[in-house]
Design a protein around this ligand. Structure first.
Ligand code: HEC
Length: 179
């Protein structure tokens, strides 16, 4: 009789310990989940390559660009880009050549592409590529950033620069922010 009545007492006494153990396991479990989520975030770099835009999507993106780029002539931009092609690829995951691959260049930190050996000047430069910085760079790479190693005289014609910048926006995965 005595033993039987003491049994529930023991169970009750062990109650808080079980709850505590469960709480500890729970918090450990959460930590593990958090790390798991971070891990899959870095894995996103290996996501499948984005599909190229259709001609209609390119035309729509062009008209959504801020002036003067919405007025750009993409065909002239393509012709102007012929002067960059010997050194740069623009396809997603394309190889670095004399110069780095330029896919996704807009909005990216200057001199920060993986697996490309930049000059000290560009690697340590602290700015982000946008239409304005690219316009200055292409006008005269040497004066824009002394010490860089892009041996290119520049595109002196403002219309060519406008057109090649719009061409690059359309071809290198630029996404308007919608603001
Ligand atoms: C003779 C080869 C050559 C030509 C032609 C050339 N580039 Fe480059 N480009 C380079 C090199 C080399 C670098 C890296 C410079 C450095 O590290 O200082 C570079 C860097 C760049 C960068 C910076 C990329 C980054 O990751 O920060 C951009 C943008 C760029 N070039 C655009 C162009 C465009 C647009 C044209 C054509 C109008 C062009 N380049 C023509 C060789 C070239």
């Amino acid at each position: 009789m005595f033993r039987l009545s003491s049994f529930p007492m023991i169970r009750r006494a062990s109650g808080p310990a079980v709850v505590l153990a469960a709480a500890l396991t729970g918090s450990l479990g959460l930590t593990a989940c958090g790390q798991g989520a971070e891990g899959s975030g870095t894995g996103a770099a290996e996501a499948p390559k984005p599909p190229a835009l259709t001609e209609t999507e390119k035309a729509a993106l062009l008209t959504s660009l801020p002036a003067p780029y919405d007025q750009a002539d993409l065909e002239n931009g393509r012709r102007a880009f012929a002067r960059c092609r010997s050194c740069h690829t623009i396809t997603p995951g394309g190889p670095n050549m004399t110069g780095p691959n330029l896919y996704g260049v807009f909005g990216s930190e200057a001199g920060a592409r993986d697996k490309y050996s930049y000059s000290h000047a560009l690697r340590t430069a602290d700015f982000t590529w946008d239409a304005e910085t690219l316009d200055h760079w292409l006008q005269n790479p040497r004066t824009f950033l002394p010490g860089n190693k892009m041996s290119f005289a520049g595109l002196p014609d403002a219309t060519d620069r406008r057109d090649v910048i719009a061409f690059l926006k359309v071809e290198t995965g630029f996404k308007p922010t919608g603001e």
